[in-house]
Structures are given as C-alpha cells and as structure tokens.
Design a protein around this ligand. Structure first.
Ligand SMILES: Cc1ncc(COP(=O)(O)O)c(C=O)c1O
Length: 389
C-alpha cells in the first residue's frame, strides 16, 4: 500500500499527490491503482529509445484496430473513416455540443450523472434538461415515459446524452432501454451522444451494447470513447469520437481541427497503436482486470451487507460504487465528504455534484488492491459507527 502511494505521489498522480504527507486514501477520481499493461510500457520504451520526437502522423493501423475492436467485441460496423481522434472525451464533448447544438437548443440527460456532462454543456451556454433516473430493485432505470413526454413537449431539445455504462450508478443499459431511446431520437431527429468510455469493463452476466450497433448512416449518433479507463492510461491524452453520419462527421472534423483536438502527441499515437493493434494481449489483460474488479465488488457487497445505514447500489461494471448513506447527521453529501476526508482519512466523491436525487450518496473508486479498499471501508464504517456521517 505504501509503495503504491509513494510511487504515485512521486509521479504527480492527480489522485494521490494532493495530500502531501497526510494519511488520506483517495477513492474519488476514476483512476485505478493498477499498473497499465506491461506490453504497452515495453512498446513505449522501445519508441523512446528511437530518440526522435518530431511531428508524427496518425497511422491508418489505428483506425483499422478500433474498427476491428468494435466489430469483434461489440458487433458494430464502424468504418475506418467513421473515426475522429481527439485529446480527450470531454474535449470532444464540448466541441461537439458547441458545433452541433443551435443557440437556443437544449440537451437532455439522466441524473445522477458524471458531472462534466452537465457542466460542460452549461458553460457552453446550453440548457440541460435533467431527467432523474428511477430507483428500482437496488439500482436505477431510465424514466422513459417522462423522457418521451419532455422530448415531445419541447422542440428545443436537440440531443439526448447517454453515459453507458452509466457513471456513477453502474448500470450497463440493456438492449430494450437503448432501443426505446433510439426510437425517440429517430422520431424527433435528435442527436444521440453516448459516452462509452467505461464500455470494456463489464461484469459477468451483463453485456455492453454500443449505440452504434445496427446504427444506420443517416442517424445522428455519436459515440465518445477512449482507452483511458480500460487500460488506466488517462495521463496520455488519446481518445476518439465515432459517427457513421458523413455530414455530422465533416462538421465535427472541421471543428476538431480548428480547436487542435486532433493533434495527438506521439505517445498518444503509440498508445492507440499498441493497444488496438494487439487485441489478444489487450483482451487477456482486460479479462484479468475484470476478475479483480468483480472480486473487489463482491468484497464490498459482503462487507456492506453487515453494516447499518449504508446501501450499495448494484453495479454491472467498471470500478465506481454508488453508496447511499442513510439517516446521516450531515447536512448533505458534500459535508459527508469533508468529514470523511478530514476526520477519517478517506477521500470520496460527494453525490451532490452528480445531482443525486433521492438521498445522500457518495461515489467510491474500488479499482485498487483489496488491501487499500479494506482500509478505506473500515474508515468509512468507523465514521458511520461514530455517527459522524
Ligand atoms: C463517463 C466519463 N466520461 C469521460 C471521462 C473523462 O474522459 P477524458 O479524460 O478522456 O476526458 C470520465 C472520467 O472519469 C468518465 O468517467
């Protein structure tokens, strides 16, 4: 545990460096405490040894690799020319909204949700319609009736934004849910923008369906993704957007160029080439990772089952757990975060920023060695037992 903290602090990890010498365990940002695949590191070392770091083209092999990935893993047809590169999912998201949504246009999304999907729209001057997810059977569902009504009633809604799997509640949207959204989008000719960055990390018994599946080239569907979450490589800025709609792609491409988003640095290029160019090694690595994440999640289920005043929302993938704190003496989850961090040495994300709708929530990142998770959970339980949260 000490070794991870030390190495990560020395390498300016955003997750770990902010605490200095204080004994605080970070469970907030979506960055795992696992090393990235060794075949990636080995390739990057070889590339560094070339000692040439000049302007670099993006080779076509990367488009081929991503197209193959979507075909083999998600059963989706993605042509090599459907892919646009970008420095980050969120950079793409902002530029896409600013390019495609008209001055009066609004977007609709489902809360609680990964905060930048709301804040980026708002700071770009776009009104956000929030439809609360419905809590059912220990997790959440899309309120399709309410969504339909809002979309039918408000002609200014121009896009539905999905997060799939959904951060923070851990749902992997099923075929029926996606079909209902797609029907609505087709009917009203809306954009469907789907952030699928967590799509490779799916627990046994669940299947990830990209909105690109059976997507017709005329549909206004855009997928945003990157290897950042899957391979724990968020420090190397490499992501991509995919659309099968040529007109939209041309507009996005022009905007990406104008803003310099497509100007990947050579490490980003080598990273994409290596990960998508070696699917067998990449998949073997993902399989191992999922086993570890499932084991950590089972630990959480088991541990929390015996504790009062805390509920674990059922997750279907990735490494973010959404927890409800029941009957808390704190004013809100923002205060819960402060108490946990300052008095108990565990730093979580507060539910307020995700627009929690039905109680006080925290989001914890369980993508770490079990020993770290155990210490963190013990600290949270102590706070509960002392009735500090
Ligand atoms: C759902 C989701 N989208 C996007 C991002 C950020 O992606 P990027 O770093 O490529 O902007 C994250 C990071 O946690 C995320 O969870």
């Amino acid at each position: 545990m000490k070794a991870i903290a030390e190495i990560r602090k020395q390498t300016y990890s955003k997750k770990w460096s902010r605490y200095g010498t204080k004994d605080i365990l970070p469970f907030w940002i979506a960055d795992m405490d696992f090393k990235s695949p060794s075949f990636l590191g080995e390739h990057l070392i070889t590339r560094v040894q070339a000692d040439y770091f000049g302007y670099t083209d993006i080779p076509k092999e990367i488009n081929e690799g991503i197209s193959r990935w979507y075909k083999d893993h998600y059963n989706c047809k993605v042509d090599e020319t459907d892919i646009l590169f970008s420095t980050s999912v969120l950079h793409s998201y902002r530029v896409i909204l600013e390019t495609l949504i008209t001055t009066e246009g609004k977007i609709l999304l489902f809360t609680p949700i990964y905060p930048p999907l709301m804040t980026i729209a708002k700071t770009s001057g776009i009104e956000v319609i929030e439809i609360p997810l419905l809590k059912r059977d220990g997790n959440y569902q899309i309120d399709i009736e309410r969504t339909r009504q809002r979309v039918m009633d408000d002609p200014k809604i121009e896009a539905i934004v999905l997060c799939n799997p959904h951060n923070p509640v851990g749902r992997v949207w099923n075929e029926q849910e996606l079909e209902e959204i797609k029907q609505l989008v087709r009917l009203k000719k809306l954009y469907l923008i789907s952030d699928e960055i967590h799509g490779d990390l799916i627990f046994k018994g669940h299947t990830f369906h990209s909105v690109l599946r059976n997507c017709r080239p005329k549909e206004k569907v855009i997928v945003l993704s990157s290897p950042a979450k899957t391979f724990n490589v968020a420090g190397i800025k490499a992501s991509y957007a995919i659309t099968r709609n040529i007109e939209i792609k041309e507009r996005m491409e022009a905007a990406f160029k104008l803003k310099g988003l497509n100007d990947l640095d050579l490490f980003a290029i080598e990273l994409l080439k290596t990960l998508y160019g070696n699917p067998n090694q990449a998949l073997a690595w993902i399989d191992e990772l999922i086993k570890i994440l499932e084991e950590n999640y089972r630990y959480l289920e088991h541990f929390i089952a015996g504790i009062d005043r805390i509920e674990l929302i059922k997750s279907e993938g990735s490494y973010l757990a959404w927890l409800r704190i029941i009957d808390s003496p704190c004013r809100d989850s923002n205060e819960i975060r402060k108490v946990l961090k300052n008095q108990f040495g565990v730093d979580v994300h507060e539910g307020t920023i995700f627009k929690e709708n039905d109680g006080n929530y925290i989001r914890i990142n369980f993508g770490c060695p079990l020993a770290i998770l155990e210490v963190g959970m013990t600290r949270i339980v102590r706070a509960l037992e002392e009735k500090k949260i």
